[in-house]
Design a protein around this ligand. Structure first.
Ligand code: AHM
Ligand code: MG
Length: 332
């Protein structure tokens, strides 16, 4: 069946999405439209980020987000841009965002999807020209259409994601996503304003030699966690930690390695948010042949209790994540 043939490098994102939709004869095209809306917002945010050094758009905005952190102006801009694109697109009834305490109703009550988004992750890196990212998860609503989306629609386990992805605004800008059928990466060509397939069918190495963790917090690590980090050093792994989740994750996805944000004595659930950060990357890593865990159980099966729940995260090459779990089992 010609539709199932792999599409060549250089295929545009729009064409790729269209051709993939043809693989599902009954697909209505709504998810495809939603992915295109996200890509459009990503282009706009990319433009804002590229200009930020010039027009001094970045910098503290004076307000804080629900996690009590300083919100940079670009976070606010990215949040507005993504919400606007999803609202205009019409496929999404409800959005939850790391930047907003409550659910955002788009007014599209016929929309079948809900989106969880971290519009601009790694905000502390904005002012110093380090890569930052957007992370998103898409779920099908469980409530009937015709009304606003509910909290139950938003608080689904990661296993229910129908698509997830991230945008990395780095030395080049890329969109990487999955709809549960492998992972594909697209690189943005500024002069043409298009994303092109550059990394078809990404598969992450089974093992690797990079560990990524904020060792500045090691005073607060559990003994088991400290023992695993010591093990990584005995293995002569390279330490790589940008402090920008998408960038750290992306590098390890391509090269093999493990990213860790553990539970600490200070932050018993770690720092990262289950709905906006962990689940999307967990879906992607599994689709690429890797693994994601909270140190104990599979990220995608964690039952969310609240929109802004946090979870420890151990993600990357299967062998390394399993090794970390072995060490951490000493804690339980
Ligand atoms: P943010 O959502 O406020 O930007 O925070 C998330 C970021 C991640 O990108 C990164 O991996 C992590 O925080 C770094 O945290 P730390 O400075 O504690 O190592
Ligand atoms: Mg974040």
């Amino acid at each position: 069946d010609h539709n199932k043939l792999a599409l060549p490098v250089g295929t545009t994102l729009d064409r790729f999405i269209m051709r993939k939709q043809e693989d599902f004869p009954y697909a209505t095209g709504e998810l495809s439209q939603l992915l295109r809306d996200i890509a459009l917002a990503a282009k706009i945010v990319n433009r804002e980020i590229n200009r930020s050094g010039l027009i001094d758009i970045a910098g503290a905005y004076g307000s804080q987000n629900v996690q009590g952190e300083d919100q940079q102006k670009l976070d606010v801009i990215a949040n507005i841009r993504f919400i606007r694109a999803l609202r205009n697109g019409g496929e999404v009834c409800t959005i939850i965002s790391e930047e907003d305490e409550d659910m955002i109703q788009t007014g599209n009550n016929q929309g079948k999807y809900v989106v969880a988004i971290d519009p601009l992750d790694g905000s502390s890196n904005i002012d110093v020209n380090v890569s930052i990212g957007t992370i998103f998860s898409i779920y099908r609503r469980v409530s009937p259409t015709g009304t606003e989306g509910t909290e139950q629609d938003c608080l689904q386990t990661g296993t229910h994601q129908v698509a997830a992805g991230y945008v990395i605004y780095g030395s080049s800008t890329m969109l990487v996503y999955t709809t549960g059928n492998g992972v594909n990466g697209f690189t943005y060509e500024h002069s043409l304003g298009e994303f092109f397939l550059s990394h078809p069918n990404i598969s992450t190495p089974k093992t690797g030699a990079i560990y990524s963790v904020n060792e500045g917090s090691s005073e607060y690590f559990s003994e088991a966690m400290a023992a695993y980090v010591a093990y990584c050093k005995q293995q002569n792994f390279s330490a790589r930690y940008i402090g920008s989740l998408v960038a750290d994750f992306h590098r390890n996805l391509l090269k093999g390695g493990i990213y860790m944000y553990p539970a600490t004595k200070k932050a018993p659930n770690g720092k990262l948010r289950l709905m906006y950060e962990c689940n999307a990357l967990a879906f992607i890593v599994e689709q690429a042949g890797g693994k994601s865990s909270n140190g104990r159980s599979r990220t995608l099966e964690i039952e969310p209790k609240g929109l802004h729940d946090r979870s420890p995260l151990f993600i990357g090459s299967t062998e390394l994540v399993e090794k970390a779990e072995e060490f951490l089992a000493a804690e339980y």
